[in-house]
Design a protein around this ligand. Structure first.
Ligand SMILES: C[S@@+](CC[C@H](N)C(=O)[O-])C[C@H]1O[C@@H](n2cnc3c(N)ncnc32)[C@H](O)[C@@H]1O
Length: 445
């Protein structure tokens, strides 16, 4: 099709309409971002460029929601009524374009008015127009004066991080969460060679088994990158690759990988020569794990089961439990989590984590290792679970990480010898996901 200003505008408007529907799915219906993106039929029909714009618009609103709402509030005489939620979302999308995406003001304003084109919003177009025009004039100065880290972090997270890490680190975490994360890859073999082929940085070359590859954010469709089709690597944040490394050399050992899908850690263990039993409760996610292993030409025994009840055929040399959690360490990728979860949900997660941990201990051979991991920044889901386990179960003891065991990630070691990565670690290289992991050993009987 020949591109004309008219059809370009229509396409851009379809992207905005899709972003509006997705924003409603996330903020009004409480659907997780990934699920909303995967389940939207219109998104898949957009051209690649428009799909990328719809996603960028949505993610920008979610990452900058606190700043955007505060800026809109400054332009209103009285708050938007709860029932005017469509007006509020259209304002947010318009504001995101004006304040953060450098959309020309006339385009941001006129396309927002088009989104409000139906009869239901007819009476509100004047307000929409006035607020967005004011933001187009005063928005830059407003943003300049905002405390971005604080505004974009809900109180429940700010208070929790300040208490756990101190206010300066809480602020550094919040700032690091505002950016698009780089793309990290784990390689099946020869990371150095793949770093050269892909033009990637090898983050931690001295790591036993090879380090993670890092490419700048904005790579687009990863399936087009060299090596994807032949199964040379998989996408995995450098911090997410650390928990499996705490098991040391697993070659020839039996390792049970609990809560395994989509299989980043299963792939690591299988590539390192372990006989892996991967246990996952969700049949759809287990299917994805299987597809991922097939692409990588790696093998593992796959089990669809509740890891808190499943019994292994025999105790294993090692168990890795990557427990379901609030995932607050991954806000760079999932900014929806900040607004969809709250501290009340942490309590039900910790109960499940305790059940999984207690059951996992029984799967480890005497003398064998158990690694517990969560991609959460909340201490309740991390070290507090280990303290609870160690005070209740004397079958296991902590086996602290030694200094130098994780070269390049020395800042991620806690005084107790656990792993605690933060989004503000490795700032010059683009940060890390927030992970907690603890290594335990089952005592000899
Ligand atoms: C944090 S993700 C695991 C990521 C995975 N280990 C990886 O590295 O790719 C947690 C997984 O646990 C699964 N899950 C949650 N509760 C479970 C349970 N009781 N038994 C087995 N799997 C469970 C979820 O379906 C989800 O796939």
């Amino acid at each position: 099709m020949i591109e004309t200003p008219k059809n370009r505008d229509v396409r851009g408007q379809n992207a905005r309409k899709t972003a509006l529907a997705l924003l409603r799915a996330v903020l009004d219906d409480g659907r997780p971002l990934d699920e909303a993106l995967a389940g939207n039929p219109h998104l898949a029909k957009l051209e690649a460029r428009d799909r990328a714009f719809a996603r960028l618009l949505l993610v920008t609103v979610l990452r900058r929601l606190g700043q955007i709402d505060a800026a809109i509030d400054r332009c209103l005489d009285r708050p938007i009524r709860a029932k005017d939620v469509m007006l509020q979302h259209i304002l947010r999308l318009g504001a995101a374009q004006l304040l953060f995406l450098e959309t020309p003001p006339h385009a941001a304003v006129s396309t927002s008015l088009d989104l409000a084109g139906g009869p239901r919003l007819a009476g509100q177009r004047g307000l929409l127009n006035a607020v967005l025009r004011r933001l187009s004039r005063e928005g830059a100065a407003l943003v300049e004066g905002q405390d971005a880290a604080r505004l974009n972090t809900p109180d429940w997270l700010w208070d929790s991080w300040s208490a756990a890490y101190g206010e300066a680190t809480a602020r550094a975490i919040a700032e690091a969460q505002l950016g698009e994360p780089p793309l990290d890859l784990s390689c099946k073999g020869d990371p150095q060679a793949w770093a050269e082929k892909l033009g990637a940085t090898l983050l931690n070359a001295e790591m036993p088994g090879g380090g993670s590859l890092r490419l700048p954010a904005g790579q687009g469709d990863v399936t087009r990158l060299p090596g994807y089709g032949e199964g040379a690597w998989w996408v995995q944040d450098a911090a997410a690759a650390l928990p499996a490394r705490l098991l040391g050399d697993v070659s020839g050992k039996t390792v049970i990988d609990l809560c395994a899908a989509p299989g980043g850690k299963t792939a690591q263990l299988a590539a390192a020569g372990a006989a892996v039993i991967a246990v996952e409760r969700s049949v759809e996610r287990l299917q994805r794990l299987q597809e991922n292993l097939e692409r990588l030409q790696l093998g593992a025994a796959l089990v669809e089961a509740d890891a808190a009840a499943w019994q292994p055929p025999a105790p294993a040399d090692a168990v890795l439990l990557d427990a379901p959690c609030s995932a607050t360490g991954t806000l760079r990728r999932h900014p929806d989590i900040a607004w969809l979860k709250d501290s009340a949900q942490i309590a039900s997660l910790t109960a499940a984590q305790d059940r999984l941990l207690a059951h996992a201990v029984g799967m480890v051979k005497p003398g064998g290792l158990l690694v517990y991991a969560v991609c959460s920044l909340q201490p309740e889901e991390g070290q507090q679970r280990i303290h609870a386990l160690l005070s209740a179960d004397d079958r296991v003891e902590r086996l602290p990480l030694a200094a130098g065991e994780l070269p390049g990630f020395e800042d991620c070691l806690t005084p107790e010898g656990d792993l605690r990565s933060l989004p503000c670690h490795l700032p010059a290289q683009g940060g890390l996901d927030g992970f907690y992991a603890c290594r335990l050993r089952r005592r000899e009987v």
